[in-house]
Design a protein around this ligand. Structure first.
Ligand code: F6P
Ligand code: MN
Length: 306
């Protein structure tokens, strides 16, 4: 059996050298975040990294790690991060890529030792994202930090998963992750919205009556990763009075996952159209999202609009 590294997979898939280098650099940021999660002082007695100095919170540290790698790559014109969500920062004006990212999604799950993740979307436009849509992404990837660290990427040629091996290399785990038109599990986010969005309650009742299994951790990355690995399922995060457009952000969360899910043969919707076709009007904008198996995405959109 021969081992296939992320770099080699990108090379063999015909990804341009520049994009391959950038994805490798982002994957290196993922390794540092993986390490930071395991060594940062969580306030636990006996934790290893206590040298008396004040430590950065892990989400801030993860943000710094990604920024450092993007800068070092010399391939990134501009970036926008969920941690600094309302501004675009320029790194190198004539570099080819704009990167949007959520460095540590679900960081509130950290103290419970649940899985968390990092999410990235890559555009070619030189920092000009307004008026564009997530369909303009040239690649998207995420890392999930669970019992193992796994990286999943797409450059528009399928969706491929790699695990971080013992010597610190991302090695092919599964190529061409594919969504079947099957829904045994559901992951209903922002469920408090049923209070003032009755159609969401209707949908929830349908799932309960149909005997579906709940698979919801409260972390977008592991919750969608679950569906991609099983090749089935449905994930929602839709609006109610507290979050009129749902909790999740178009640029940093929904856009990259919509790209990956559609590449895997699944679908995404904001209730009326693909999330890939939602116009970017604000770096911080939120959008409802329904994503997973194609037919179910259609059915949920229909029920929510009734
Ligand atoms: O980004 C925030 C986040 O933690 C996502 O990872 C997750 O999908 C969502 O919030 C969960 O929202 P809720 O707790 O409202 O279901
Ligand atoms: Mn987030």
């Amino acid at each position: 059996m021969s081992r296939i590294s992320l770099n080699n997979h990108l090379y063999e898939s015909g990804v341009s050298d520049e994009l391959r280098h950038l994805i490798n650099d982002i994957s290196r940021a993922g390794k540092y975040i993986h390490n930071a999660i395991r060594t940062t002082d969580l306030g636990l007695a006996g934790s290893s990294n206590t040298f008396g100095e004040e430590q950065l919170k892990l989400d801030v540290l993860s943000n710094d790690i990604v920024k450092e790698e993007l800068k070092e790559s010399r391939l990134v014109c501009c970036y926008a991060s969920e941690e600094e969500s309302s501004e675009m920062t320029e790194l190198l004006s004539d570099a080819p890529f704009t990167v949007v990212f959520d460095p540590l999604d679900g960081s509130s799950l950290l103290d419970c030792n649940l899985a968390i993740g990092s999410i990235f979307g890559i555009y070619e436009s030189k920092g000009k994202l307004m008026g564009k849509t997530p369909r303009d992404q040239v690649a998207a990837l995420y890392l999930v930090y669970g019992p193992r660290t796994i990286l999943v990427y797409s450059t528009g040629k399928g969706v491929h998963a790699f695990y971080l091996n013992e010597v610190g290399e991302f090695t092919l785990l599964e190529k061409n992750l594919t969504m079947k038109d099957e829904v045994k599990t559901y992951a209903p986010g922002n469920l408090r919205a049923v209070v003032d969005t009755p159609s969401y309650r209707t949908m929830m009742n349908l799932w309960l009556d149909e005997g579906l299994t709940l698979r919801y951790s409260g972390g977008m990355v592991p919750d969608i990763h679950h569906m991609l690995i099983k090749g089935a399922g449905i994930f929602t995060n839709i609006g109610g009075s507290k979050y009129p457009k749902g909790k999740l952000r178009l640029l940093y969360e929904c856009g990259p996952f919509a790209y990956i899910m559609e590449q895997a043969g699944g679908a995404s919707s904001d209730g009326t159209k693909s999330v890939l076709d939602v116009e970017i009007t604000d770096l911080d904008q939120r959008t409802p999202i329904i994503t997973g198996a194609k037919k179910e995405v259609k059915r949920v959109s229909k029920v929510l609009n009734e």
